[in-house]
Write a protein that binds this ligand. Structure first.
Ligand code: BYC
Length: 329
């Protein structure tokens, strides 16, 4: 798989990566000086490949991430909720489009990236392989999944690679609307009937642990973090961001009157942080390997969409060729 070689590169000491030492030194000096690296600038091959990997996985996550919520557009309980949900899902399609464009600046085509997704070679966020069983899941996704996404993505606005950091600024503005609509939905349910409170609690029970897994493996098992932090692609490690998310979200759950499904969760006054229970990393590994509850359905839905859009792509190409011929005549 294309990511395998990268794992090996990242695991090797930098000196072992075949780069011109003087160019590497100048590149790292620019990173240290907080300069943005732009597409035409020299960059180490590992930096380029790491960015292609992360940005494309991020783009795929946005596109696949449209599916779980899209499932509820036709069943939203009011016109207002339906229009909010349509706007949100449409934003996600837009985020995918900006991110594919940012990845293309690194010398890979969109067609190749889509092929990697559809063939199953590329990863996308584990979270989108869980089902949306009730309307409350739409609220839980906005509150928790978009909440986790914002925690992870705000620092990416300061990523050292210019096109990615600029795409993230706009994306984060939209994500904050997504998070707020989700929290608002949860608030309505939590203050509603006993049945509404029950589906809100059930959604929190099912989405809490997968949301913590979104931040990626623990730092001790994260092959890419060290180099990505050194090159300011990532500004925080996976565990640091997960901790911030827990500290931010626990009081929000309390305000909703809902219970976080973690009996070991406690406040550590000495550290000024919440301590959470053990994450089941075997579940995470299984989902990432393709064995989550919805992995097969999600990929099949993307393959079907790609196939049914084929005539549109062909028509657009034929139209462009016709115009080019007319312009040349
Ligand atoms: N799921 O060394 P690590 C959204 C993989 S979309 C699956 O820590 P890294 C939204 C990782 O790729 C939100 N795989 O990696 C959309 C790597 O595999 P490879 C998406 C995961 O890159 C619609 C291996 O595990 N957000 O918000 O340094 C509706 C080792 O990991 C996951 C982004 O994509 C995972 N959760 O750090 C609603 C943010 N985690 O490539 C909402 C941008 C890790 O070696 N991405 N892996 O085969 C990042 O910030 C980083 O890529 C990560 C992982 C923190 C996710």
């Amino acid at each position: 798989m294309y990511t395998q070689g990268l794992n090996e590169l990242a695991a090797r000491p930098l000196a072992a990566v075949q780069e011109d030492p003087e160019r590497l030194r100048r590149f790292e000096a620019r990173i240290d000086a907080e300069e943005k690296i732009e597409p035409k600038d020299w960059m180490p091959e590992t930096y380029r490949q790491t960015l292609i990997r992360q940005i494309s996985q991020h783009a795929h996550s946005e596109i696949v991430g449209m599916l779980p919520e899209g499932n509820w557009i036709g069943r939203a309980p009011s016109l207002l909720r339906k229009s909010i949900l349509i706007a949100k899902v449409q934003d996600e399609g837009g985020h995918g489009a900006y991110l594919y464009s940012a990845a293309e600046t690194l010398g890979i085509s969109r067609a190749e990236l889509i092929e990697q997704l559809l063939s199953g070679a590329a990863k996308y966020s584990s979270i989108f392989n869980y089902p949306t069983l009730t309307w409350a899941d739409v609220g839980a996704i906005g509150w928790l999944v978009d909440g986790a996404a914002i925690m992870n993505q705000i620092p990416l606005c300061r990523c050292s690679y210019g096109p990615y950091s600029r795409a993230m600024i706009r994306i984060c503005k939209e994500e904050s609307f997504h998070q707020r609509q989700g929290y608002d939905l949860m608030l309505k349910l939590a203050r509603g009937s006993a049945a509404q409170r029950a589906i809100a609690q059930d959604a929190l029970n099912r989405w809490w642990w997968p949301s913590l897994m979104m931040f990626g493996p623990p730092d001790t098992a994260s092959p890419h973090t060290a180099l990505s932090v050194r090159w300011k692609i990532k500004r925080f490690t996976n565990d640091e961001l997960r901790q911030k998310f827990v500290d931010f979200t626990v009081p929000q759950a309390r305000f909703l009157g809902l219970e976080i499904p973690d009996p070991a969760l406690r406040w550590d006054a000495g550290r000024g942080q919440h301590v959470h229970g053990e994450i089941d990393w075997s579940e995470f590994q299984e989902v990432v390997r393709g064995n989550g509850p919805c992995n097969r359905d999600r990929l099949q839905a993307r393959r079907d969409a790609h196939e049914s859009g084929r005539w549109v792509r062909e028509a657009a190409l034929a139209h462009a060729a016709k115009r080019a011929r007319a312009a040349a005549a």
